[in-house]
Design a protein around this ligand. Structure first.
Ligand code: GDP
Ligand code: ZN
Length: 292
């Protein structure tokens, strides 16, 4: 633990590990903890404050279980690129569910606009803005659009999520040159005896705020969502969910489904609806994993 007085190697109180054993690591990146110093350079985590937000992934084991990988993030920068790799709105939809279901604000960041300025006119950009989400168009290579992005990092705890090659490291280097993104992995031993290095690190930014080094979002599947929870993450579908003919409508195939009617009427974009369907089909009744 990095503290005002230096680095402390901390143990975690036994009762905290016991309480958390079934679901997650007791202390993860971003947790606010109370530490007591027990000896010079040594301490013990006494308590963990309630988490404002969480990012979970499905950890594999004999039975898949939930692993919280970060806590108290304010903002997800969902990074995609205009080209190389090609703009992928489906990825944005999925990452948004991870963000929204965890209580994190999503900001869409489209990088590499120097390669294809026309992406600004892509209908997905207009759609996200219409739905109330912030979309920033940037080029980490030329610096275009980077100042608003920089400001969006200030005073917040953020993470960049995106597929490999979209420019996450380049963006971070632009925002905070010299930020050392070598992982001083926090080894945790609480995942049923195995060592993992998924929980990593928060880096302090000179303008205030932190950026978390999160593992690839591919593994960041929303955990334990019911279909009702999932619908709530699609802001244009949520208000209609109570108007379906069947109270337990899954919105996948039932007659009299208000959401499907709105898709047919062109009020809900079919790509967003298809994204919902892909994720909903992965949910067992009563919640579970959502593979998308
Ligand atoms: P990451 O895997 O998401 O961290 O992606 P990187 O930051 O490593 O970038 C992948 C490649 O894209 C590198 O070759 C970068 O130089 C390049 N790149 C990043 N941002 C831009 C950009 O705005 N424009 C262009 N043309 N290339 C970029
Ligand atoms: Zn329905």
């Amino acid at each position: 633990m990095e503290t005002a007085t230096g680095l402390l190697t901390c143990q975690i109180r036994g009762r905290l590990t016991a309480a958390a054993r079934r679901t997650t690591s007791p202390v993860v990146t971003g947790d606010q903890v109370e530490i007591a110093e027990t000896a010079p350079g040594r301490g013990v985590v006494e308590s963990v404050a309630p988490r404002r937000s969480t990012v979970s992934r499905v950890a594999s084991g004999a039975r898949p279980y939930q692993q919280v990988v970060a806590a108290n993030l304010d903002r997800f920068f969902i990074v995609v690129s205009a080209r190389q790799p090609a703009f992928n709105p489906g990825f944005v939809d999925r990452a948004m569910v991870v963000a929204l279901s965890g209580g994190i604000e999503p900001v869409v960041c489209i990088n590499k606009i120097d390669l294809d300025a026309a992406v600004a006119h892509d209908e997905a950009v207009a759609l996200y803005r219409h739905l109330g989400y912030r979309v920033l168009l940037v080029s980490a290579a030329t610096g275009e659009g980077m100042e608003p992005l920089r400001q969006a990092f200030a005073e917040r705890v953020s993470a960049l999520v995106g597929q490999s090659g979209v420019g996450k490291s380049t963006i971070l280097n632009h925002i905070e040159p010299g930020l050392e993104l070598t992982t001083r992995g926090l080894m945790t031993r609480h995942d049923r005896g195995r060592h993992t290095t998924t929980a990593t690190q928060l880096y302090a930014l000179s303008m205030g705020g932190y950026v978390a080094d999160t593992p690839g979002v591919k593994q960041l599947q929303p955990w334990g969502l019911t279909r009702d929870d999932l619908v709530q993450c699609f802001v244009e579908m949520a208000p209609l969910a109570g108007s379906c003919q069947f109270r337990d409508c899954t919105h996948l195939h039932e007659p009299g489904c208000a959401i499907r009617e709105a898709v047919e009427a062109g009020q809900i974009h079919s790509r967003r609806y298809e994204g919902y369907c892909r994720m909903a089909e992965g949910i067992e009744v009563g919640g579970g994993r959502t593979d998308a």
